[in-house]
Design a protein around this ligand. Structure first.
Ligand code: PCA
Length: 174
């Protein structure tokens, strides 16, 4: 145990004390192309808590030749964005930071949410209508033209926009 601080000892015995809330609005949502990564225990643990929407408006746009969804960190424009809140352990949080190329492509910040429905009954349920903060992968490092793009209230990679998401493994270099 040499070199381990008290916190890391506590976390190794009780991993649940170190769970964080993350709001996902893009390809990590259920039914979307990267959801399987949240369910892969090699990446850590993620437990669904509730559907939610942002309290403020934000532009959620689809950008780059790979059709990647981005929540631009420009509160007050765009729409109230729908997504899902998960409780994740430290390992999953580190995986997501890496996967989302944080802080180069996205930055992980806190965002204020209005809770919608949750599964109910569980120990960690949140009251519908209540307000919570969670981490989100939003970005400040966007191209100015992205502000002119259509915005979405709820991302769907397979939506009418026809901008099918290109998975990370299938991307071509510039
Ligand atoms: N993955 C993260 C940010 C955008 C994306 O596709 C998410 O789903 O919230």
């Amino acid at each position: 145990m040499k070199g381990l601080g008290l916190l890391s000892i506590i976390v190794s015995v009780f991993p649940a004390v170190h769970m964080a809330k993350v709001f996902v609005y893009g390809t990590l949502k259920k039914g979307q192309p990267n959801y399987f990564r949240m369910k892969d225990h090699k990446n850590g643990q993620a437990e669904f808590v509730a559907h939610a929407r942002t309290v403020d408006r934000y532009p959620l746009v689809i950008a780059t030749k790979d059709n990647i969804p981005f929540l631009l960190n420009v509160p007050g424009t765009g729409q109230r964005v729908h997504g899902e809140i998960y409780r994740v352990d430290q390992k999953m949080l580190e995986f997501l930071d890496e996967f989302e190329s944080c802080p180069r492509l996205y930055q992980r910040t806190l965002i204020r949410l209005e809770v919608q429905d949750g599964p109910g009954g569980g120990e960690h349920t949140l009251e519908s209508g209540s307000s919570v903060e969670a981490f989100v992968y939003s970005t400040d490092t966007y191209e100015p033209e992205w502000l002119q793009k259509p915005t979405y209230e709820s991302y769907n990679a397979y939506g009418d926009h026809g901008l099918l998401y290109v998975c990370r493994e299938d991307r071509r270099p510039e």
